[in-house]
Write a new protein. Structure first.
Length: 130
């Protein structure tokens, strides 16, 4: 079975390294990016199964990135992460099409389950011609 490809976007390089390491240990192919623009390029080049993005980043925040990614691929599951989440931001992210909104710090098991749910839903949508 082909490994799921995940693009992880976070301007905090230490956090990016830790999350990428954890995802690789779970068997995913991971592409790390530190900026939203770089993430858009990665999505266009690598056709990932899923994107995980930080909410607060310089130049372009996670919500704007979410809009741009879904314009490229409306079926792409996007998980938004933040250390400074508010209920309003979670609602806005979900309204804009984010699969899930997680607050840092989170348990690896929680992220793993969220990814599994997103990939399962995504494959069902594809199977049904979505």
């Amino acid at each position: 079975m082909e490994r799921s490809r995940i693009v992880v976007v976070d301007d905090n390089k230490n956090f990016l390294r830790v999350v990428s390491y954890q995802l690789r240990n779970l068997g995913f192919e991971v592409f790390e990016t530190v900026s939203a623009e770089e993430a858009i390029s990665q999505v266009q080049e690598e056709s990932p199964s899923l994107v995980i993005t930080d909410l607060r980043m310089p130049e372009m925040d996670g919500l704007e990135l979410l809009d741009r990614l879904l314009a490229l691929d409306p079926q792409l599951p996007v998980i938004v992460l933040t250390a400074h989440g508010t209920t309003e931001q979670a609602v806005e992210a979900t309204r804009k099409g984010a699969f899930e909104f997680l607050t840092k710090p989170f348990e690896v098991a929680e992220l793993e389950q969220t990814i599994a749910n997103a990939l399962r839903l995504s494959s069902l949508v594809l199977e049904n011609g979505g």
